[in-house]
Design a protein around this ligand. Structure first.
Ligand code: ADP
Length: 173
């Protein structure tokens, strides 16, 4: 039992989408334990606080963990990804690939990460085509302009985004 495969799926999750959830479900076929790392990422100017993002991920993965009988831990982090990976004992990092646009960035990041820690492998997964176009950034944009986002995010997240947008609008006026 000593050689548990521990995967780390890092991201900003601002907010968690159906695309993220699809990648999470797929990754569970590869790991014995999944750590979802929620990055502080202040430079990305998140819509949700770190605590809010963590809470949304926790509540969305609870049922998946039960159904798949896999341990899923949601952990916030604010350090170099490879240091965090080492600290949680991850054997590999899981990233989702959407379009060509993701590739360039992921290619550079993975190359640098291999130099920082050659023992930790990075694995890329693709979401089901119906979720591939979903991006947190676009979900927020659509919601800000009053568009429907229910096809892209879970119900509770949809509600949280709409509440956040209302709050932002109230502050503006
Ligand atoms: P980051 O700031 O690290 O890009 P995100 O929360 O935007 O954080 O994404 C986390 C990971 O999930 C990234 O690897 C991203 O490519 C992947 N991802 C996000 N949305 C999708 C999707 N619709 N399909 C596949 N992968 C996705």
């Amino acid at each position: 039992m000593g050689n548990k495969r521990i995967g780390l799926y890092p991201g900003t999750f601002d907010p968690i989408t159906n695309g993220h959830l699809d990648i999470i479900k797929r990754s569970l076929q590869l790991v014995d334990r999944l750590v979802i790392g929620v990055a502080t990422n202040p430079s990305k100017n998140p819509m949700f606080t770190l605590d809010e993002r963590v809470a949304m991920v926790v509540s969305e993965v609870q049922e998946i963990a039960v159904v798949t009988k896999t341990q899923i831990d949601v952990v916030a982090f604010d350090e170099l990804l490879m240091f965090f990976a080492k600290r949680v004992g991850a054997n590999f990092i899981i990233r989702g690939l959407r379009a060509v646009a993701d590739f360039e960035y992921e290619f550079q990041m993975t190359g640098m990460n291999y130099q920082i820690d050659p023992d930790i492998e990075t694995v890329f997964l693709m979401a089901d085509p119906k979720y591939q176009a979903i991006a947190s950034r676009l979900v927020k944009e659509v919601a800000i302009y009053d568009g429907k986002i229910s096809a892209f995010v879970p119900t509770a997240v949809d509600k949280a985004v709409r509440e956040k947008v209302t709050l932002m609008n109230r502050k503006k006026s």
